[in-house]
Design a binder for this molecule. Structure first.
Ligand code: ZN
Length: 365
């Protein structure tokens, strides 16, 4: 029986916990003892029951029931609250739970235990490794093409174990891993380059469904951070923090160390700790999406980093409405704009601050 806002309280468990005589004591205008049995004046406000007519018995299922012998009505504790307080079933259940039972809201099926963060089931590692091999086969061609269209080159895909999931025929997997629609596989690697989690990005998401799927928690827990490395020759002395793995790959391709935040709107203390501990003396640059969610996440994360005495990180915002991938595809100089190149022979443009969030952008008209 639903008790509002999608939560469920088990009716039988509630009735088993509630002492009906306590409920009648609270709801009835008066009571008496008759021949060793307690009786209550009727709890129905429309029944002026001078001589207490309500008695309690236990039915065949073990449930306590009340009956008004004068008015002919009765029922469980839930019915008593509905009659006495003119409540709906759902409200009566909630009232009883709040006042008499205090049951935890029930999850109908207790979920299997989650894997500890950073310690995925070996199935997850196997899936990521096989998907990475499949990316370079004919079956992975649609995913490779899709990634190339997003502006990603093979070097950065290899360095970061990006993969292709062409479906179950090529890549068998247990229940609780993504269902088998064609997808790009973005692994979340830890600082030691081990896959600890992944996100599957469907090439053609089903109507109204998410573009992404993740392993169930019994296979791997979300580490909140995915560490992304540039192909070796292109190091820059900055760590770019991005929304998600895809944008992090774009940053890595331009020579940045990058870290993708999974769930970037609500970075927590652990995310702040990990970024500060692994900045390794590099400048930290946050580059989240140019929308309200991205700005909120940016503020939270900048505060978390500043509180850890690393100084306020640089904040760079793509042009309005864009993410880093859009921006990089529109402006090949984006990386030099946010971080002047180490190699002085490369062209550089001077950023001009605008507002408190960043840079003037040199965009095509
Ligand atoms: Zn009555």
């Amino acid at each position: 029986m639903a008790a509002g806002s999608g939560h469920r309280i088990d009716r039988d468990e509630l009735l088993a916990r509630v002492e009906l005589t306590d409920v009648l004591d609270a709801l009835s205008p008066g009571r008496a003892e008759r021949g060793g049995r307690r009786a209550w004046r009727c709890i129905d406000p429309d029944h002026p029951d001078v001589h207490p007519s309500v008695k309690v018995s236990i039915d065949r299922t073990g449930t306590q029931r009340w009956r008004c012998w004068s008015g002919g009505h009765g029922g469980t504790a839930i019915d008593a609250v509905m009659v006495a307080r003119s409540m709906t079933v759902a409200d009566a259940i909630r009232w009883l739970n709040d006042n008499y039972a205090r049951l935890d809201v029930i999850e109908r099926h207790a979920p299997p235990p989650a894997q500890p963060i950073g310690r995925p089931d070996p199935e997850v590692v196997t899936y990521v490794q096989r998907a990475h091999r499949l990316l370079w086969t004919p079956a992975g061609q649609p995913m490779r093409d899709w990634l190339h269209r997003r502006g990603l080159d093979d070097d950065v895909l290899r360095t970061n174990l990006v993969g292709a999931d062409p479906g179950r025929r090529f890549l068998p997997r247990p229940k609780g891993l993504p269902g088998g629609l064609p997808a790009v596989v973005y692994p979340a690697l830890d600082k030691d380059r081990r896959p600890v989690y992944f996100q599957a990005r469907f090439l053609d998401p089903l109507n109204g469904r998410s573009k992404y799927d993740n392993p169930a928690r019994r296979w791997a827990s979300n580490p909140r951070l995915a560490w992304i490395e540039p192909p070796a020759a292109l190091e820059r002395d900055a760590l770019v923090v991005t929304e998600g793995i895809a944008d992090g790959l774009i940053a890595a391709q331009s020579g940045f160390g990058a870290v993708g935040v999974l769930g970037s709107q609500y970075p927590d203390e652990r995310v702040g700790d990990a970024i500060v501990q692994n900045a390794d003396g590099r400048k930290v640059i946050i580059c989240f999406d140019a929308d309200d969610a991205g700005r909120q996440g940016t503020e939270r994360l900048a505060d978390l980093i500043e509180q850890r005495n690393l100084g306020r990180p640089d904040v760079v915002e793509p042009p309005t409405g864009m993410d880093l991938t859009d921006w990089a595809n529109q402006d090949p100089n984006w990386a030099d704009l946010i971080d002047p190149p180490l190699n002085p022979k490369l062209p550089r443009q001077q950023p001009e601050p605008v507002g408190d969030l960043g840079l003037s952008l040199h965009l095509p008209e």
